[in-house]
Design a protein around this ligand. Structure first.
Ligand code: G3I
Length: 370
């Protein structure tokens, strides 16, 4: 795809779409929808944004307009991962990420890259990578990607490095990078990213740490230990990313969440809520009931998270039910076949109670120091 081919809507068009949004706002929803989430966040020194795929923005001008209106940051949901980006050892397939970058630049959005190091969706050729070549391959990847998108708002440098099921004392997930480079690969990736771009904020991102069940509690301990060890290794990590794929069926304790986030904040990390959405697979089929449960749970969780002053950003993992990854994966897809309603805008790009829940938590948040 030619860079710049995505969503040719200008800011004016986005705002006029926004005006339509305020007129067509939900009946009974008190939060006036004329003030987009990005503005509500900005007023508190926070960031709001969402993950996107280039082809959705390219092929759907109304969606592109809603995205440009609501979001202050664009997150690369798929196309900056190794699988789509690195078809061969020699090739970098930048076209789709270029289009996302151009969209962000055209609409004045921050650009958040995801993810420089992850274990999933790696290209087949990586399996044949010799250990002695791994550092050079990683260094070239990070250097070339960050050079192409200079001064990005932030990057997920390492994503989901902890998996206690793999049985290591340090909790590290058995990945191709751990096997090739040893446990210091996490630190190494951050050092390489900082060398490649001294300006972008560097994030360690993980999931399964949002609730009070045994697994979540155990993973929190391991994640905090990893963050502490990165601090001790002087790894240039700026931000801890909490993915926040929420599930109303799981046990939530606001005080415990606040304590966990405080633990990371006291190590000197800012915190981002990086992939907020709600798993509604097992919720009632009725849309209004489901929307209420999604919104109430998200509001309670976000209020607890945003009560931590070092939480500086909220990014949802998609903006509208019209394009929701949950409808594409078997384990998350609803058994009744109804589409997920776990994102802020509905299939018609209208704000749902979830949108209002985010608006209220942003409006109620304490202003952040600049
Ligand atoms: O774009 C291609 C399309 O050309 C092709 O025809 C189609 C059929 O294979 O695949 C399309 O790519 C899909 C892509 O999403 C874009 O829709 C991939 O198959 C699919 O695997 C990919 O799934 C992504 C998934 O991560 C795996 O990378 C989801 O979009 C994305 O939302 C999801 O995001 C992850 C985060 O990276 C990490 N945290 C969890 C989160 C949810 O699983």
């Amino acid at each position: 795809m030619k860079p710049g081919a995505v969503g040719g809507v200008g800011r004016r068009a986005a705002l006029s779409a926004g005006a339509a949004l305020s007129v067509a706002g939900l009946s009974g929803e008190s939060a006036a929808t004329e003030l987009p989430l990005r503005e509500r966040a900005r007023r508190k020194g926070l960031l709001f944004g969402a993950a996107a795929r280039s082809f959705n923005l390219r092929d759907d001008p109304a969606y592109a307009a809603a995205f440009a209106r609501e979001c202050g940051v664009l997150v690369t949901e798929w196309e900056a991962k190794w699988g789509p980006l690195r078809p061969t050892r020699e090739e970098f397939s930048f076209g789709a990420v270029d289009a996302l970058w151009q969209f962000a630049r055209r609409h004045g959005l921050g650009f958040r890259g995801h993810a420089l190091v992850w274990h999933e969706h790696m290209p087949r050729w990586i399996a044949g990578m010799e250990n002695r070549a791994a550092r050079g391959i990683l260094e070239e990847h990070i250097r070339r990607v960050l050079a192409r998108y200079p001064r990005a708002q932030s990057w997920d440098v390492v994503n989901e490095a902890i998996d206690l099921k793999d049985g290591r004392a340090d909790g590290l997930r058995q990945t191709v990078w751990l096997r090739a480079l040893g446990p210091t690969y996490v630190r190494d990736a951050f050092v390489l990213a900082r060398a490649a771009d001294p300006h972008t904020l560097l994030t360690y991102n993980d999931y399964g740490i949002e609730y009070e069940d045994r697994d979540s509690r155990a993973k929190r301990v391991a994640v905090l230990r990893l963050l502490e060890s990165l601090r001790q290794q002087d790894a240039p990590v700026d931000v801890f990313g909490v993915q926040a794929h929420l599930n109303p069926a799981r046990p939530f304790d606001p005080a415990a969440l606040r304590g966990f986030l405080r633990g990371a904040a006291e190590m000197g990390f800012d915190i981002y809520i990086t992939e907020l959405d709600v798993h509604d697979r097992d919720l009632p089929a009725d849309g209004a009931r489901r929307d209420r449960i999604v919104a109430d749970h998200a509001q309670a969780w976000l209020e607890a998270a945003l009560s931590e002053p070092r939480v500086k950003a909220v990014f949802t993992w998609g903006l509208s039910d019209r394009y929701n990854w949950r409808n594409e994966v078997e384990w998350s897809r609803r058994r009744d076949g109804l589409p997920s309603r776990g994102l802020p805008l509905d299939q018609d790009l209208q704000p749902k109670p979830f949108w209002t829940a985010i608006a209220r938590t942003l409006d109620g948040a304490e202003p952040r120091g600049r």
